[in-house]
Design a protein around this ligand. Structure first.
Ligand code: COI
Length: 360
């Protein structure tokens, strides 16, 4: 179905104040946003308009009981400056899986993709051309009922805003394997992209930072044995000639779209890739035997982030990220695909076009 969006454009673009050579992650926002309301069981008021504050009642259900989900996507550009999206339909599907888990309404996939496509097309001048930079896209949904009591909201807001961004990690990352706190347990919400998962990780991450580490490497909730993910990304290990990433089948790990893409790209290139339970002991043993060759994270924000140290109890595993081959290949391939510099044989790259807008 083709949705029609009302559009009002700003006359005061802030783009002239952006230093395209020096873009921090997460701080600069583009001029417009997409908004839609869920009222009486229908998505309505579909609109692209200047980015603005909005007010909600203090009893907003999202703030008290956490009905809040989001996605993270990126738009890139080809050499002619045409805006491109990376596997937007998978983000729509994951958004809806998060919505169902949090008892929120789903959004028709075509509405989700058209909203992003139109907004990105409107904002295309903001897509930074530099390698490693992109336009980050943040679709999110919050409950909007004003009510004190634990029940799902009847009304919601779906909003998309965008940010030009540089690299999320500008240097290799150090991880601390966590044995006191957990991120996700079987039956929980670990595979939903919901705000509470990130809030729950803040305190253990602060402790890891105090210990000199950038991020927590999460272990399973039952035995603190099997590796899950890093708070900001999925994780890959190269042991011998095999690329291993923890399987997502238990529902405790975010089903990363970059993760899934890297698995497919590496398999295309003939690498042996395994998705399976991976214990921290197996990693330590591989390190001790000299078989642990590479560790890297994957995510929309991080793309591919080299890991150069992992601490587990008293063992500190130091790795030479400069020597990594597979991580660099994965990053280069994703970057090239996003810039349309290599053949997109899976059809993952989708042009962002402004087709459905009614400029008012
Ligand atoms: C993403 O990779 O898009 C995320 O949502 C992770 C967050 C740390 C920015």
């Amino acid at each position: 179905m083709n949705y029609k969006f009302r559009v009002s454009l700003t006359e005061n673009s802030r783009i002239t104040s952006l230093d395209f050579d020096n873009i921090p992650f997460g701080k600069v926002f583009t001029d417009h946003m997409f908004v839609a309301d869920y009222i009486d069981g229908t998505w309505t008021n579909l609109e692209i308009k200047p980015l603005e504050y909005f007010s909600v009642h203090p009893a907003n259900l999202a703030w008290h009981y956490g009905q809040s989900i989001f996605e993270g996507m990126k738009a890139s550009r080809d050499e002619e400056g045409n805006p491109l999206l990376f596997r937007p339909e998978l983000h729509a599907q994951r958004f809806n899986a998060s919505a169902e888990r949090m008892c929120m309404p789903t959004i028709p996939e075509d509405l989700f993709v058209q909203a992003i496509s139109n907004l990105v097309a409107v904002e295309k001048k903001w897509i930074p051309p530099a390698k490693g930079s992109a336009m980050y896209i943040r679709p999110f949904m919050i409950a909007t009922d004003e009510f004190i009591g634990v029940r799902p909201s009847n009304n919601y807001k779906f909003i998309i805003f965008t940010l030009p961004v540089g690299p999320y990690y500008s240097r290799p990352v150090k991880l601390k394997a966590e044995e006191t706190y957990i991120r996700a347990a079987k039956g929980g919400v670990g595979d939903a992209k919901t705000a509470g998962n990130y809030a729950a990780a803040l305190y253990p991450t602060k402790l890891a930072e105090q210990d000199g580490y950038d991020q927590v490497l999460w272990l399973d909730a039952n035995e603190f044995k099997y590796i899950q993910e890093v708070g900001t990304m999925n994780i890959f290990f190269v042991i011998g000639d095999t690329v291993i990433t923890p399987s997502t089948s238990e529902g405790t790990i975010l089903r990363g779209i970059t993760r899934r893409s890297i698995i497919a790209l590496l398999k295309d290139k003939g690498y042996k890739v395994e998705e399976r339970p991976l214990s921290i002991d197996e990693v330590v043993e591989a390190y001790d035997n000299g078989h642990l060759k590479e560790v890297f994270g994957s995510g929309t924000a991080a793309v591919v982030a080299m890991v150069n140290e992992i601490k587990y109890r008293d063992t500190i595993m130091k790795l030479d990220h400069e020597s990594y081959k597979i991580a660099k290949l994965a990053k280069q391939t994703i970057d090239d695909l996003r810039a349309r510099k290599t053949e997109d044989k899976h059809g993952w790259i989708v042009p962002a076009t402004a087709e459905n807008i009614l400029v008012s």
